[in-house]
Design a protein around this ligand. Structure first.
Ligand SMILES: [Zn+2]
Length: 206
């Protein structure tokens, strides 16, 4: 059994596609903000969460990761894709390393010296549109109830969170199915396995 949690319109064959909106034709309509989830323990070989974790209050992130650990079988796989705060920050600052959201061009320090520094070097995208897109990626499109973001992640922070909650054997995925880098899409994707060493220790509240 593989779960595609918060699938939205991204329905995947071979997965049980789960979302809180029933009009999308999902397999299982569940409000995943309510814990525990209605899945048995040691139940799923894989939990995929694409553009999912950032839609929940950050104070719930640890509880959600623990819930994933409970639902996964031993050695089960967790697949997480979230916006990359590091990349978004560069876009919002329009600084070196900023990646054009239209063509994928990566800005260098030399771009600051161009007479037309205010736009992308290789396409007509204006820096204001890149900055607006950065805010939208950070806080969500905000066009319907579920499309607000409440948490921000970097690869480092997410990996530590996963390690602290019983996951190991991390894999950073560099490119998506279309051959584009996740960085180019202002995301990152991390895969890990459910470890057997978690001692059931208490969550540290903050
Ligand atoms: Zn561009």
């Amino acid at each position: 059994m593989k779960l595609n949690l918060g699938c939205g319109a991204d329905l995947r064959p071979g997965y049980v596609n789960v979302d809180f909106r029933e009009h999308l034709g999902v397999d299982n309509v569940v409000d995943l903000s309510i814990l525990p989830w209605p899945f048995a323990s040691d139940f799923a070989e894989e939990i995929m969460m694409l553009d999912f974790l950032e839609h929940f209050p950050y104070r719930d992130t640890k509880k959600i990761l623990l819930e994933c650990w409970r639902v996964l079988v031993p050695d089960g796989k967790i697949v997480i894709q979230v916006p990359d705060f590091n990349v978004i920050s560069k876009a919002l600052n329009f600084e070196a390393g900023c990646i054009c959201n239209r063509c994928g061009y990566k800005f260098t320090r030399e771009d600051n010296l161009r007479a037309d520094f205010w736009r992308c070097r290789t396409c007509p995208q204006d820096m204001r549109d890149i900055m607006d897109a950065a805010v939208a990626r950070l806080f969500g499109g905000q066009d319907y109830e579920g499309n607000f973001h409440y948490a921000a992640f970097t690869p480092t922070r997410l990996q530590i969170l996963l390690r602290d909650h019983g996951f190991h054997e991390f894999e950073h995925v560099e490119r998506n199915e279309n051959g584009e880098t996740f960085e180019q899409n202002w995301n990152f994707k991390l895969i890990a396995k459910k470890g057997s060493l978690w001692d059931g220790g208490q969550l540290q509240e903050f």
